[in-house]
Structures are given as structure tokens and as C-alpha cells.
Design a protein around this ligand. Sequence first.
Ligand SMILES: O=C(O)CCC(=O)C(=O)O
Ligand SMILES: [Fe+2]
Length: 147
Amino acid sequence: MAMGLGVEAEEICKAYQGGRYEVRMNLYPPCPEPERVIGISPHADNSGITLLLECGNMPGLQFLKDGKWVTVMPTDDVIVVNIGQMSEIMSNGIHKAPDHRAVVNRLKDRMSIVTFCYPDSSINVGPAKELISLGNPPLYKTLTHSE
Ligand SMILES: O=C(O)CCC(=O)C(=O)O
Ligand SMILES: [Fe+2]
């Protein structure tokens, strides 16, 4: 990601050296009235990146794209990599932390295993200095992950 942005990788890596990984397992039981229920409400992750495994070939994960919910079809041996808000800040908005949600279905259980990669909670994270110039002001505050 640093290479793609043309910024110093060391700065970004430093923030993750004392970082934290959090694993969450979500289980969505089948629901007789799925259209009246939401599995996880729309949100953006506050991680740096999120690694998401959809288990059991049951779709449910949706991302908001151009105002429409788009389903991510589970694919064998594939991990979905999602951008979190801390990366949106570091990239000064070039990488977006997209809104997503999970819906339920009436047929069977769905499970996802999600790993959130967080920067060091006490390190200051702000837009990378290489991305800031007179014409490109910082669009985000510099803050720590706990803030
Ligand atoms: O279960 C899913 O596919 C989405 C889970 C999710 O977005 C989350 O745990 O933050
Ligand atoms: Fe999420």
C-alpha cells in the first residue's frame, strides 16, 4: 500500500510494530424473515486493514458502492482484504474505508472470521507527509487509535 501511494513504508510499518490483532467470529443463524433483520449494521472498520474469511459458501457480506449494496460472493481459499479508517487517514483519503454490512438468510447459518489489524494505540497516525502539499492539505486530523 505504501508503494502504491509513493510514501515511506517505514513510517507506516512503525505504527503497526506495537499494533494489535483482534479476531472476531460472527455467527448469523438462519432467519425466517431475513428482509426484516440485519446481521451487522452498516459501518466502516476502524482498523488499518481487516482480513475477512467467509465460511461455508454462504453469502452475506455487502459493500456500499455508488449508493448500492453489492454482495461479495464467498470464494474458496479467498480472504477479503478491507481498508479500515486508519488507512484512510494515513493515505489522506486516497484509500477509502468503505461502508459494509452483513445480511442474513432463511436457509442456513453463516459464519465469518474477521481479523482486524490495528496500529499501536498510542502512536500518532495522520496523513503521510509525502501526500501533503500546498494544493493537498491534510483532510484528516492526526490522532492515536485510542482517540
Ligand atoms: O460477517 C461479515 O461478513 C462482516 C463482518 C464485519 O463487517 C465485521 O465484523 O466488522
Ligand atoms: Fe466490518
